[in-house]
Design a protein around this ligand. Structure first.
Ligand SMILES: NC(=O)c1ccc[n+]([C@@H]2O[C@H](COP(=O)([O-])OP(=O)(O)OC[C@H]3O[C@@H](n4cnc5c(N)ncnc54)[C@H](OP(=O)(O)O)[C@@H]3O)[C@@H](O)[C@H]2O)c1
Length: 220
């Protein structure tokens, strides 16, 4: 049976790179986004794609949109209005919607540093630079870990738009390695996880590419 994947924040930069890979693998996609016109028209108009305009804080609408999906891939960035990302509220709404729609599998994009796992001077710099964003992302991850869902939390290093797939993976409890990774690498890992559901277990993956020789990463 064709796998149906619901992507939240589907106009996000990693999500837009994952979508063609997933379509190539023969999956049906539900693309949930507040501004779906940001998604390329050839993806929006693909016969295997259903587009839903919505905010993840609309829990009931979200539950309807994801019903029947085998996996939810959340590629969200909390709003920075008032300098206060609402990532925790987003995590709570996604968990509630998934339980209501009886969808149990979640892939959640988070950040390096949520477990204070980045060693050394770089770890100190990351903590200070991200500040309250990291605190919010850590709290959102806790919501997911305590949800009872079958989850994978991905903790990418600082993101670049380099056209390369190169990464190392660390597990929760291990020191983070490296400093940056391309969005294409993260999209590739997400697609691989979705395409190999038998390997899916509750876990948290740090994804990074040691060394740097290209585009300078920035958070937003
Ligand atoms: N930049 C870094 O170096 C770095 C490093 C590690 C992790 N991260 C995190 O990795 C994640 C993905 O990165 P990315 O580059 O793909 O992010 P991105 O391009 O900013 O995409 C995030 C998407 O989330 C959507 N969104 C925000 N609030 C929403 C809501 N309430 N309901 C539905 N959709 C909502 C946005 O939609 P609209 O734009 O249409 O509003 C946007 O398309 C982000 O959480 C980011 O913070 C970033």
């Amino acid at each position: 049976m064709t796998q149906k994947v619901a992507i939240l924040g589907a106009a996000g930069r990693i999500a837009k790179l994952a979508e063609p890979i997933l379509l190539e693998k023969g999956m049906d996609l539900v693309l949930y986004a507040p501004h779906p016109r940001k998604i390329d028209s050839d993806i929006r108009e693909n016969e295997h794609v259903q587009v839903v305009e919505g905010d993840v804080m609309e829990t009931g609408k979200l539950a309807e949109a994801i019903r029947g999906a085998s996996v939810v891939y959340a590629n969200l960035a909390g709003s920075t209005d008032n300098d206060h990302p609402n990532t925790v509220d987003q995590a709570e709404s996604v968990v509630d919607a998934m339980k209501s729609a009886k969808v149990s599998r979640l892939i959640w994009i988070s950040s390096l540093g949520i477990y204070d796992e980045v060693p050394g001077v770089y770890g100190d710099w990351n903590r200070k630079t991200l500040g309250h964003i990291l605190v919010e992302y850590a709290e959102a991850a806790k919501v997911i870990e305590e949800s009872g869902l079958d989850y994978t939390i991905i903790r990418p290093a600082w993101l670049t738009d380099n056209d390369e797939v190169s990464y190392e993976i660390t597990q929760k409890g291990e020191p983070f390695k490296g400093t940056e990774v391309s969005r294409l690498s993260v999209a590739t890992v997400v697609a691989e996880i979705i395409n190999n559901p038998e390997q899916n277990i509750n876990e948290s993956l740090g994804i990074d590419k040691p060394g740097t020789d290209g585009d300078k990463p920035s958070w937003m």
